[in-house]
Write a protein that binds this ligand. Sequence first.
Ligand code: PLP
Length: 453
Amino acid sequence: DDAPRSWDSRAEAATFYGFTDLPSVAQRGTVVLTHGEGPYVFDTAGKRYFDSNSGLWNMVAGFDHPKLAEAAKAQYDRFPGYHAFFGRMSDQTVMLSERLVEVSPFASGKVFYTNSGSEANDTMVKMLWFLGGAEGQPQRRKIITRWNSYHGVTAVSASMTGKPYNSVFGLPLPGFLHVGSPHYWRFGQEGETEEAFTQRLAHELEATIIKEGPDTIAGFFAEPVIGAGGVIPPSKGYFQAIQAVLKRYGIPLIADEVICGFGRTGNVWGSQTFDFVPDAIIASKAMTAGYFPMGAVVLGPELAQRLQNASEAIEEFPHGFTASGHPVGCAVSLAAIDLILNGGLLDNVRALTPRFEAGMAELAGHANIGEWRGAGLMGALEAVQDKATKTPFASNLSVSERIANTCTDHGLICRPLGQSIVLCPPFICTESHLDEMFEKLAAALRQVFAEVA
Ligand code: PLP
C-alpha cells in the first residue's frame, strides 16, 4: 500500500515545517491525518492513534464533538465573519466577553481578542507599553519572564519565551529579561528545602527589579504550570512569594493561562489551582477547544480601568486584528466553555485526575524515570540515566524522541520535550482510555530503556 508514502512525500515537498525535528522526519516520514473520533486521530492509511497531547494541549473535547461543529455551522449560516473595530462588533463577541469576565477570577474586567496565544501575549505587552506612554512613564518597557517558559513565537512573545532556540533569530529583543524557573527537583541545591528554593527565586526576582530600576519594569508574565518547558508546576508557595515582590514595586503579574486555562489543572484557571489572583489572564487553546483559532487578554478590574483611562486620554487604543472577536470563534468559544463548565468536562478532569496520577506514579517507579510532575490532566515523566544523581541521558541518544517514536509505532501520540515525555489527554477521556495510554507508554519505556541503559 503506497498511499501513505505518497501523502508523506507530498507533505514534505510543498510544506515548510516549523517545530519539527527534520532528522526524525527524514527517517520516519510525516504522519498525515484525515479525521478523528473522540480522543483518537486517524492517518491516511487508516491507522488509529490515541492523542495523549490533545493536539497541542487544545483539543480538550476530542476530535469530533458535534456541539462545537454545530455551533460553528449555525454561526456561519447566520453571520460568518466580522471585525471588532470602529465601534462595531458581533453580538456573539458581546456575549463571549460577558461570559469570559463571568468565569474569570475577577469581579469585573474587560476582554480583548486575538487569533492566538502568541498574539494575546504581544497584545498584553503593547497594553503595558501603552499604559506607560499614557501615564507619563514611557521608560516602563521591560518585561520579566522565566527561563524555560513558553509564551509564543511572534517577535515579542518569542522574546518572552525562555528557550535557547530563539537566539538564531537574534532574540530576545532588548528589554526582555528572564529569571529562574521554579523547578525544585532540577534546580534545588544540595540540602535546600523547597520553601528555601522558592525564597531564593523571589530574592532573585527582587534583585533583578532593583538592579534594572523598578520604574523601568512594565510587567511579569508566568504560566501557572510551565507547559512547553516540560510541565513544571511551581515550587511550594512560589506565586505567593513572587506576587509579594511584584506588589512592592507596582508591577502587574500576568498569568499566561494558554495551556492551564479552562480546566486543564482541575479548576477553570491554573491560577486558582495555585491560589493566586493575577492582574490579567492570557487565554487561548481550550477557549475554543481548538475548534477555532482564537486568543484573548482578560484584564482584571485595575488594569481594565487604567487602560480605559489611557485610551480615553489618547482617544483610542490603536491595536487589533482583522479577525479579533470573530463571530464564529466567539460562538464556538461560548459552546466550548458551556461544555467544559456545564457539560461535565471539568468534572471529568477532576474525576480522572487520581487515575492519571496513579498511572504517572507507577511509571515513575522505573529506574530511568527521575520524577513525574504535573497538575490535573497534564503531566511529564523525566527520563534519567541515573536516578540517584539525576544525571540525564546523553542528548545524542535522543531518548525522549525514541520513546515518542516507539509510541507512535504503537498508535500512541505523546510529546518529547527535552528529556521528558509530556501527556495531556483530552478532557472527554474515560479511565479505559487512560489505561490504554499508560500501557502503551509503559511498553515503549521498557523497550527504549532496554536499548539505551
Ligand atoms: N503561551 C503558552 C503558555 C503556550 O503554551 C502557547 C502555545 O503553546 C502560547 C502562549 C502561544 O500560543 P499560540 O501557539 O496560539 O500562538
